[in-house]
Design a protein around this ligand. Structure first.
Ligand code: UDP
Length: 290
């Protein structure tokens, strides 16, 4: 893998502070927790999280730098939050899968992953500033963890892939704290055991590679149990890191042809990728109606 590094802006990343301790029924604790939540929500609303809707699915206009800063806020805050990486397949699935739609509605941050989302936002008159791909974020999160002390847990992919990905990430980002790597399974009967494993590792950031929508549904069901502050679905990212799948070359990513590269390498995806022309049609139709 390429050891990507993000150049942060002028500000340096503050260290993760220990979570506030409080007793049940302690009014001061509850009020200060509420204050913190409000603080973050306000900060979110006022600074970065301009949310647009594409076919009724919220997508946030955030940059990569802002995403990392928000994760930092969330981890410091310690309230469990879910992040989704939205692409056209997500949006089309949300039209017919009510559970998935609710997850996207409740997610604290819906990143504009997928060039189709960037195109649609522009077409609908609310352009987003950049594409924030989940696959790029994994390395950047590990890089940022070196200063912040985030405790990262990798869950999912085929047997052994998460463990190998952890080794590769550690080679690139030696100071990052990778506290667990486990294939597990997205089956409901396994989730209590998996969540307990994540909790006992003391993870604060959980990256789940079960593919969409399984990973996002897994997170929604188990977020509280895992004890993490931030959980995000990352699709095939661990395979890209390990090399079991090859990511499209940079130039194809830049011109928006990553989907074509995946289709050529994994032709079985054709049925899933039918969502793309349907998405384009739906966006054009909405535009005409507007
Ligand atoms: N995966 C898994 N269990 C499953 C289904 C998928 O661990 O039941 C893993 C798979 O091995 C791969 C990852 O989920 O590493 C992403 O799968 P896919 O490429 O389908 O997701 P996408 O990137 O398209 O969201």
């Amino acid at each position: 893998m390429n050891c990507v590094q993000h150049k942060p802006g002028k500000r340096s990343a503050p260290r993760e502070r220990p979570r506030p301790r409080g007793r049940k029924g302690d009014e001061h604790f509850q009020i200060s927790q509420l204050g913190k939540i409000l603080q973050i929500e306000t900060w979110l609303m006022m600074t970065v999280a301009v949310s647009i809707t594409i076919l009724d699915v919220p997508v946030h206009d955030v940059t990569t730098e802002e995403t990392l800063a928000l994760i930092e806020q969330f981890v410091r805050d310690g309230v469990p939050r879910q992040i989704c990486t939205v692409n056209p397949e997500f949006i089309m699935l949300a039209q017919k899968d009510v559970e998935f739609k609710q997850i996207l509605d409740r997610s604290v941050l819906n990143l504009p992953d997928g060039i189709g989302v960037v195109w649609a936002a522009k077409r609908l008159g609310h352009p987003v500033r950049e594409r924030v791909a989940g696959s790029d974020l994994v390395g950047l999160i590990a890089d940022r963890a070196q200063q912040t002390g985030w405790r990262i847990f990798l869950l999912g992919a085929a047997e052994g892939v998460a463990a190998q990905a952890a080794i590769k990430l550690k080679e690139c980002y030696p100071q990052a704290s990778l506290v667990g790597a486990y294939a597990g399974s997205p089956r409901m009967e396994d989730e209590v055991e998996i969540a307990a494993r994540i909790r006992s590792a003391g993870a604060t950031v959980l990256l789940v590679a079960y593919g969409a929508p399984k990973q996002d549904k897994w997170i929604a069901r188990n977020l509280e149990r895992t004890g993490v502050s931030v959980a995000m679905g990352i699709g095939g990212s661990l395979d890209f890191i390990v090399g079991t799948q090859k990511r499209a070359p940079r130039w194809m990513q830049r011109v928006g042809l990553e989907w074509l590269y995946r289709l050529i390498r994994e032709p079985w995806r054709w049925r899933r990728q039918l969502a793309l022309p349907k998405f384009v049609w739906a966006v054009l139709f909405v535009k005409r109606r507007a």
